[in-house]
Design a protein around this ligand. Structure first.
Ligand code: GLN
Length: 284
């Protein structure tokens, strides 16, 4: 079978299955299975495909036909212009989370050798993106999952910032040394109400790790845990940036005001929905 016939065969299967992005998905899988870029897939259309590569394509197609999202099958996702490797223990990086990187860069851009902390790091996309922008930043990334931390480590090394990136396994602030202070603390914690998870899109519900989504009965458990201890680890003029769900602006702000933060702002995303809380212990 030649290259062109192979990927078109997969495309036709996807079309029959009612997949809207049949052609795009088939091309992406063929590029990965055949180790070709977009142009090679066209220029080398008549080349015979080695049996092993054809098998790889068929395996990708079978997973897609069972409803697995393309990014999960390919095992990587672009975020902040960088490619992040994923596994079953990591949430797929979402474009709205780039808002934390944008604001984080504003915070650390003004500082000398800032030290940052990311809680529930997953792929490590937030701190690694920040590290790639400034060479004097160091980061600590915490996650409950050893498998997630493996991905974060791999991603940091891949993007050339591994020597400034430390991973620690544990819950929120637990694995940190008392007295360590950070200029910036970021987190995209789980914030979906437990009861709502069953109604999420299948790509999310069945393929993103529940640990990264489930925010407890009211979706706010992670914010309470972070608020309880953040003051012990934030530098005096440090900033806390947290992703939140749409509609959680008021409740999450109240939690941080209640924990003694002097300044708490809610920032909307491009769609105008509550997406981030910015909290400072002391007024700027
Ligand atoms: N933004 C994710 C979603 O809507 C949720 C991620 C999270 O809980 N932090 O699926």
């Amino acid at each position: 079978m030649n290259v062109g016939a192979a990927w078109r065969g997969v495309r036709d299967l996807f079309r029959k299955a009612g997949i809207d992005t049949a052609e795009l998905d088939a091309r992406l899988f063929a590029e990965a299975a055949f180790e070709m870029d977009r142009l090679e897939l066209v220029n080398r259309e008549r080349e015979a495909v080695p049996a092993k590569q054809l098998k790889a394509l068929e395996a990708f197609a079978a997973r897609r036909l069972k409803g697995e999202p393309v990014v999960r099958i390919l095992g990587e996702k672009e975020f902040w212009g960088l490619s992040f490797k994923l596994n079953a223990a990591t949430l797929v990086p979402r474009p709205e989370t780039e808002l934390l990187v944008e604001r984080g860069l504003e915070v650390i851009g003004a500082l000398n050798s800032p030290h940052i902390l990311d809680l529930g790091t997953g792929t490590g996309c937030i701190p690694i993106s920040l590290l790639t922008e400034y060479s004097d930043v160091s980061a600590v990334a915490v996650d409950l999952s050893a498998e997630a931390l493996e991905m974060a480590r791999l991603n940091a090394n891949r993007h050339g910032v591994g020597n400034r990136f430390t991973t620690l396994k544990g819950s929120w602030f637990d694995p940190l040394e008392p007295g360590e202070r950070f200029d910036l603390i970021t987190s995209n914690p789980p914030y979906i109400e437990s009861a709502v998870i069953a109604g999420l899109m299948p790509e999310v519900r069945e393929h993103d790790p529940r640990l990264a989504l489930d925010g407890g009965p009211d979706g706010l458990a992670a914010y309470r845990a972070i608020a309880a201890e953040a003051g012990l680890f934030l530098a005096a003029d440090g900033v806390l940036l947290l992703e939140i769900g749409s509609g959680q602006g008021h409740t999450v702000s109240d939690i941080f005001v209640g924990a003694g933060f002097a300044e708490v702002d809610v920032v909307p995303d491009l769609a105008g929905l509550d997406r981030m809380v910015v909290a400072r212990l002391n007024s700027a």
